[in-house]
Design a protein around this ligand. Structure first.
Ligand SMILES: *Cc1c(COP(=O)(O)O)cnc(C)c1O
Length: 372
């Protein structure tokens, strides 16, 4: 065979140098079932509940028209969001997941040589999107409590900073930023720098001192809010998210969008999910209750983990990360390791959470301190 196959000449196309700086996205792996047991994928912070029947109905109906392009203006969803959030529709920009919207933000703001400041560790997509643009990622280490160090982030802002990303609650460690520290931070950031509050896990937040991002956005023209239907709303597979930003920014984000990026199934499912919010909220509250149960049990077992406001928990086991991953896997749990920093585990069905607690009870965890 091989001797008759003509060899392909090596390519001479010229790729951008910026690609060399792009880290690979490490996605949560699929669950691997052990013989005789259910496996749980608790590596991607997905909603464990199946889609609501009312949402599936509109998706099924819309599926009969997938020979047509979606509404490029995403009109119905944009209007529904404007009404629900009480903001003008002109302040909303949608995209294929909030990662897609964040890509639009970076495209709209960043040239090579510009800087984007964010905490680290934080969301894996940040360094990828920044590197793709050719801009420079300025990573500011988390505090010893695995929280944003907003003072250090303000110190890191330079003349070249175009955007600052604040992930609240922070993925993968869990804490929200506090209202007072965020206001103090925003007072220090120059007015010509866009600050993005990434609230992918907003619906799970229960801390009393968490910020009201929309109110902050209303008061500050350089603040945008980023949200998604992927987590609490359970639409991760359909890809839809949005930003709320002041008009010139929102308009720029719509310009920077890939045409027809939000597909027709995602549009109708998101609208139906907004309408079914009360039903979804019951599920969110159950997950929040499970989170409280898991945190209490971990504390009881002697674990020192950050206070999480999201649908996941951070286990800062350092060098023992691969061992904890293996122990989880043996218990039928696919979790998300972060190098030799720790492991992030999604709060899921009670059975999956019970298995996690059985693993953590048996795992050596003396004198651990959260670390980012
Ligand atoms: C999951 C997540 C998102 C949302 O991703 P989608 O593209 O909307 O699925 C955004 N930000 C953070 C921090 C996340 O963890």
């Amino acid at each position: 065979m091989s001797e008759s196959t003509p060899s392909t000449p090596s390519t001479r196309v010229r790729l951008r140098d910026a690609l060399d700086a792009v880290p690979a996205y490490v996605a949560g792996r699929p669950a691997v079932a052990q013989a005789g047991t259910t496996a749980y994928k608790v590596s991607s912070n997905e909603n464990p509940y199946p889609p609501l029947p009312s949402v599936l109905d509109v998706v099924r109906e819309q599926a009969g028209q997938i020979n047509r392009y979606p509404d490029m203006g995403v009109t119905v969803l944009t209007e529904a969001l404007a009404e629900r959030l009480d903001v003008p529709a002109a302040r909303i920009a949608t995209g294929p997941g909030s990662v897609g919207v964040l890509g639009q933000i970076i495209t709209a703001f960043c040239d090579p040589g510009d800087e984007v400041v964010f905490a680290w560790r934080s969301f894996e997509a940040y360094p990828i999107l920044v590197a793709l643009s050719g801009a420079t990622a300025v990573k500011v280490p988390l505090t010893s409590e695995a929280r944003h160090d907003l003072d250090a982030m303000a110190d890191a802002v330079t003349e070249r900073t175009k955007v600052v990303l604040v992930c609240t609650p922070n993925n993968p460690t869990g804490p929200s930023v506090r209202r007072d520290e965020l206001e103090a931070f925003l007072d220090r950031v120059p007015q010509d720098v866009l600050v993005v509050l990434d609230e992918a896990y907003l619906e799970f937040v229960t801390s009393q001192d968490a910020p009201d991002a929309l109110a902050i956005h209303r008061a500050r023209p350089n603040v945008a809010v980023l949200r998604t239907f992927s987590k609490a709303y359970g639409l991760a597979g359909l890809r839809v998210g949005y930003a709320v930003a002041h008009e010139p920014v929102a308009e720029a984000l719509r310009k920077a969008a890939i045409p027809f990026g939000v597909n027709s199934l995602a549009q109708v499912a998101a609208v139906a999910s907004l309408e079914a919010f009360d039903e979804l909220d019951v599920r969110v509250k159950e997950l929040v209750a499970e989170r409280a149960r898991v945190l209490a049990a971990l504390a009881e077992q002697g674990w020192d983990v950050p206070d999480t406001d999201a649908n996941f928990v951070w286990l800062p086991v350092g060098e023992r990360t691969p061992d904890l991953v293996a122990a989880c896997e043996a218990a039928g749990l696919t979790v998300r390791p972060y190098g030799t920093d720790g492991v992030r585990v999604t709060i899921a069905e009670p059975e999956a959470n019970d298995r996690l607690l059985a693993v953590t009870a048996a795992f050596p965890h003396g004198r651990l301190h959260p670390k980012g």
